[in-house]
Design a protein around this ligand. Structure first.
Ligand code: PMP
Length: 360
């Protein structure tokens, strides 16, 4: 097998090696059944037991209170951005949105056909800061306030406790399980798995049960959280392999010390990377206000596009891949998700310092 690279991809992202090894075996033969995990019925006893164990583990890892339901769904975070207004707001009702980057804007677009979507504050067009809470134009009666916990493209992370007069809905796609959070602060949390929890194709939804009593809007059962909950996320055929991989990933997170251990790791290694950027005499530049710099996605720029192209090519020769910035902002972006080893970050920093010495 070729050597595995240090994969800084923004998602789908690197997975833990022990997970991949175990999954390789389970694809051929799962639990001695003579059939692989992707080849057995989701209604079989083995799969049902596994699914229940995955939920229990996620509840333990994230300290999810009993009065919250957990759903495993398809359609990515983007589908959730449409399901949230359909399920939590009456047709045309007011819903508040805080816009701190690209994904907040997408959430707003997805909700616009269903609600009176109101921007309480926006950091557009630069997305380098979070507008101060004192200036947010919160609606008197909003169905919910939607925020993006970590803006994957712009590298802006919310790190304040938000006080809202309505339920808080948060997109945690790129920062779930990267530090402990108080689930009770939120009405609903959603996150695609493909960055910090597993492969693409499965999305976690954590929702206060009381909110599911809201009537929401006219919608098909497949778009209704209550229908999914009633059938334990098996309203239709679930993405069985992805669910299994998510479970292995959670097992690995626990074996590595759980979410608190990852919080320490993320704090330390992102601080080292930002120190390298800031200590480069202006060769590398991150434009985000220091207090809201993301611990998870670190975008930065070099003096010009030609140097950036060269940086990416030379990085790749060192086995450092997935570093190209999103097309919306350009430049470089290092995504430091849970499964990325600390040595990857150290190797990147060494390479950056060397590249700066040669080209700075
Ligand atoms: N929200 C955030 C914060 C994201 O990073 C992404 C994907 N990069 C999305 C939403 C969209 O996720 P999906 O492609 O799973 O729909």
């Amino acid at each position: 097998m070729s050597q595995r690279v240090f994969n800084f991809s923004p998602g789908p992202a690197t997975l833990p090696e022990p997970v991949l090894r175990e999954a390789g075996r389970a694809l051929l033969d799962w639990q001695g059944q003579g059939a692989g995990v992707a080849e057995v019925s989701h209604r079989g006893a083995a799969f049902m037991a596994m699914a229940a164990a995955v939920e229990a583990r996620l509840r333990r890892l994230l300290a999810i209170p009993e009065d919250y339901a957990v759903l495993f769904m398809q359609g990515g975070a983007t589908l959730q951005q449409a399901l949230v207004p359909l399920n939590l707001a009456a047709a045309g009702a007011r819903a508040d949105y805080l816009i701190t980057g690209h994904w907040g804007q997408v959430a707003l677009q997805q909700a616009a056909p269903y609600v009176d979507a109101h921007v309480v504050a926006s950091a557009a067009p630069d997305f380098c800061a979070v507008p101060p809470a004192s200036g947010w134009q919160l609606s008197a009666k909003a169905a919910y306030l939607h925020v993006t916990a970590n803006e994957t493209i712009h590298g802006v992370e919310l790190n304040q406790r938000i006080q809202a007069p309505c339920p808080l809905v948060a997109d945690f796609s790129s920062s779930i399980a990267s530090r402990p959070i108080e689930v009770a602060d939120y009405g609903l949390i959603y996150a695609g798995a493909q960055k910090n929890l597993g492969p693409a194709g499965i999305t976690v939804v954590i929702v206060r049960r009381a909110l599911l009593a809201r009537e929401g809007q006219r919608r098909a059962p497949i778009l209704d959280y209550r229908a999914h909950l009633a059938r334990e996320s098996m309203l239709n055929t679930p993405p069985t392999l992805n669910w299994y991989l998510l479970g292995l990933y959670l097992e690995w997170l626990e074996s590595e010390g759980g979410v608190a251990a990852f919080a320490t790791r993320h704090a330390q290694r992102s601080a080292r990377l930002y120190a390298a950027l800031d200590g480069s005499g202006g060769f590398y530049r991150n434009r985000v206000e220091k207090s809201v710099r993301s611990r998870i996605n670190v975008p930065f720029f070099l003096p010009d596009a030609a140097l950036e192209a060269r940086f990416l090519a030379e990085a790749e020769q060192r086995g450092l891949v997935g570093l190209k910035g999103h097309k919306a902002v350009g430049g470089i972006r290092a995504s430091l998700y849970n499964a990325l080893p600390d040595t990857a970050v150290e190797t990147l920093i060494d390479f950056m310092q060397e590249f700066c010495r040669h080209h700075g």
